[in-house]
Design a protein around this ligand. Structure first.
Ligand code: NAI
Length: 735
């Protein structure tokens, strides 16, 4: 018999066995080799000593209940070791199944987070009691890492709640529920306020259900809501693949598809066969590139970024107490709300008290919505609103130890608003600007303490977007960077840190994507195909519609300013094939984007997009115009869909490498996270630099393809020296 090293067997005088999950070698319990052996040993003992056992409780001695699969191992699984991974998973599942079918009541006392494998152990129990611990989360988030829950997660959720609920509530979105919301959604049976209450409830269940079994192990059991073999259910089934297809828009995201297939196929066979089907679909995912990309980005890179890999070391944390937000427009209002939500006092200043009050009203609107959905209480709403003081008077900024400026994008105005307040605020207050395009070093020249000046680039809408790009100016001090970093973490956003440069990292790189899409329109590519290519590549926003949202005049202004700066410095300006399309759209056709009522799209009187502007084909296609009889004309170019998608993806990835070369980007993790969370680079890629690592043929394959694109579409696709040398040395982009 193997020994149990990660699970303690504690049996009380009544015969109740508590299995305490407690891996001595790790801070959290994971599905590693030691767990595989331990759970097998526990199952053996339970079978051998069955007569003396009254019931079984799983709980953990760690802060979290169980952390799930070991991602360090998972990211290394390739076709060559897939079999071993498959066998480990099967062994663990068999042990859990032996305990589940022992004929004794089994309860999960979920004392902390139970995500992925943790919740799968809970699912292999007959009853689930969750401790309402702060920060505790329950669910199966595998899909967000490009995987599926193969510890019985698909098979059991389908049998617990039916195919539709399992897919929509648990599997396809990977929602992480608080214990209370897990209860509301049927993931657990009970919630307890204290650990003692949790264990009492677990024991009470055992007492009351000595013969307990899983519903699916009782004769005559049927999956709730039916299965595809039932004609009524089958009639609705086509909606699932169709909806999923629409949601994914053709993006190469294999996990949702495999989850759907495992759920539907598994529902039509017996339990054991369903487990095998689930495992097969998992193996396909875990050996593929997409899950590796997503694990790298959403686990390792995100952890590195949030834990402060880019924060200067050895500087003690100093909490901001009172923040001045200058400008109560769209961004200022959102920033004020995010700060107040973190419990920070905010003075929101605009040109007048009325204008500032409008900015505060935005928080009221968000909170009222949250209140109507039961997501906050009246008391919490009032408490948060009381933290925001709207004003038009600079004197009210006394005592502020941080300033976040969000007035119009104008250097002179920004200098003026800082000068207006610099003698009122604390003498060492942090000075931040939310500019999206103006170089930080130049802005810092307008304040009396340039070393305390830094860029804090939020994204719109601020309350929803998780990223903040922190921009270090030439004179920004390390202590200021650390304070800015801590402020961003305090308001629960993810900070990336970059060095100053025009457009920083995010605005500069997203500009490449947009320019590439626009350039294709100029080449006569069917505009609807350009949009479809962006969607199929996995971009959340289509390229021409995004350009319309940003307005065509803004990038044009930045382009012209950049050109002037480059030429003044004695450099030469190459321009971009999109330039003439943008100029003609604005100057010749008067179509500056959505806010101007017309752009690449037409808009109705309410500002809603109606259709792609038919004039695009007429004016930009080489043969142009609708063919007689209203046929859609053949595109003027024979560009393939792959070329269209890769032109967008490569343009951003290549410019990111240039950002690394130019020291605009400091870490690879910041590049990957910033590109996915800030500017909508497709998540399946794992981010701009991981996309290069994971490209077919690795870096050499990427370099060869970039050269091919350069040959066909222009020198902007030529691989930068850093990329070529890494490819030659057999390296990848990693910190
Ligand atoms: P907005 O036009 O909605 O708001 C600007 C606000 O500044 C207005 O309420 C205006 O009354 C106020 N303001 C003007 N002069 C002022 C003064 N002297 N004192 C105090 N307040 C004054 O603009 P938005 O979109 O909020 O942008 C603000 C800044 O954020 C800009 O620098 C912009 O580049 C940047 N940004 C914008 C993003 C966006 O998606 N809109 C994204 C990231 C950054």
């Amino acid at each position: 018999m193997t020994e149990s090293t990660t699970i303690r067997w504690e049996q009380d005088e009544t015969g109740v066995v508590t299995l305490v999950l407690d891996d001595p070698d790790q801070s959290a319990n994971t599905m590693n080799q030691a767990f595989k052996d331990s759970i097998a040993a526990v199952a053996d003992r339970a079978e051998a000593e069955k007569d003396s056992i009254r019931g079984i409780i799983y709980t953990s001695a760690k802060k979290t209940f169980f952390a799930g699969g070991d991602l360090k191992d998972m990211i290394k699984v390739g076709p060559e070791n897939a079999r071993a991974a498959f066998d480990t998973g099967t062994a663990i599942k068999n042990s859990l199944r032996r305990i589940e079918t022992l004929g004794k009541p089994v309860v999960a006392a979920i004392n902390g987070a139970a995500l992925g494998g943790g919740y799968e152990i809970a699912l292999a129990s007959h009853h689930r009691v969750a401790l309402d611990a702060p920060g505790s989360r329950i669910g199966l988030p595998e899909v967000t890492l490009g995987l599926l829950p193969a510890g019985g997660g698909v098979t059991r959720t389908v049998r617990l709640m039916g195919i539709a609920d399992a897919l929509l509530k648990v599997l396809l979105q990977g929602t992480q529920y608080t214990p209370r919301r897990a209860l509301e959604n049927g993931l657990v049976h009970e919630v307890a306020a204290t650990p003692e209450e949790m264990l009492d409830k677990a024991r009470a269940f055992i007492e009351a259900h000595p013969e307990s079994r899983q519903p699916w192990d009782v004769k005559g059991y049927r999956i709730p809501g039916g299965t595809p073999s039932n004609p009524k259910f089958a009639a609705n089934l086509p909606a699932f693949p169709a909806n999923l297809k629409k949601q994914l828009a053709g993006a190469p995201m294999p996990a949702p598809r495999n989850i759907l297939a495992a759920a539907v196929e598994g529902s039509q066979v017996d339990f054991e066969t369903a487990l095998t089907i689930e495992a097969r679909y998992f193996t396909e995912l875990v050996t593929g590139q997409v899950s590796k990309n997503m694990i790298q980005a959403f686990f390792f890179d995100l952890q590195a970024v949030n834990s402060g890999a880019s924060r200067p070391k050895g500087i003690e944390e100093r909490q901001v107490r009172r923040v001045a937000v200058l400008g109560a427009g769209m961004m200022g209002a959102g920033i004020a709300y995010s700060c107040a939500r973190a419990g920070i006092e905010v003075v929101l200043k605009d040109v007048s008290a009325e204008a500032a009050a409008k900015g505060k009203a935005y928080s009221e609107k968000l909170l009222d919505k949250a209140l109507s959905r039961g997501r906050t209480t009246e008391a919490k709403r009032d408490e948060l609103l009381a933290l925001i003081t709207p004003t038009g008077d600079p004197a009210d900024l006394a005592g502020c130890d941080a300033v976040i400026e969000a007035v119009f994008e104008d250097t002179a105005l920004k200098h003026k608003v800082f000068q207006e307040i610099q003698d009122v605020i604390e003498p060492d207050a942090l000075l931040c600007s939310n500019t999206s395009t103006l170089p930080i070093t130049a802005l810092a020249e307008g304040v009396s303490r340039p070393a305390d000046f830094i860029g804090l680039h939020f994204f719109s809408p601020v309350d929803k977007m998780p990223l903040v790009e922190i921009i270090k100016g030439e004179k920004t001090g390390d202590e200021v960077l650390a304070r800015a970093f801590d402020l961003v973490r305090r308001i629960k956003k993810t900070p990336i840190v970059v060095n100053d440069s025009r457009g920083f990292f995010t605005s500069r790189v997203i500009g490449q994507f947009i320019n590439e899409g626009v350039a294709m329109v100029g080449e006569g590519v069917e505009p609807a195909s350009v949009e479809q290519a962006a969607a199929q590549a996995g971009y959340p926003a289509k390229v021409l519609s995004l350009m319309d949202e940003l307005t065509l005049t803004l990038p044009r202004k930045i382009r012209d300013e950049t050109r002037r700066a480059v030429e003044e410095a004695g450099g030469s300006w190459a321009g971009h094939p999109s330039d003439s399309v943008i100029d003609r759209m604005v100057d010749e056709f008067g179509r500056p984007g959505r806010s101007g009522g017309a752009g690449f799209y037409d808009y109705d009187e309410n500002g809603r997009r109606t259709r792609l502007w038919p004039g695009l084909r007429e004016h930009f296609g080489r043969s142009g115009g609708r063919a007689p009889g209203g046929h859609i004309p053949k595109p003027d170019t024979d560009i393939s869909f792959t070329d269209m998608q890769e032109r967008m993806l490569f343009s951003e990835a290549l410019d990111s490498v240039r950002c690394l070369e130019e020291n605009v980007l400091i870490t690879v993790a910041d590049a990957n996270i910033g590109s996915i969370m800030g500017i909508g680079f497709p998540p399946w890629t794992g981010g701009v630099l991981q996309y290069i690592n994971g490209y077919e043929g690795g870096l050499p394959g990427f370099v060869a393809r970039a050269r091919e694109l350069a040959e066909r579409y222009g020198d902007r696709f030529l691989p930068p020296a850093l990329l070529v040398s890494k490819a030659e040395r057999g390296e990848t982009f990693h910190d």
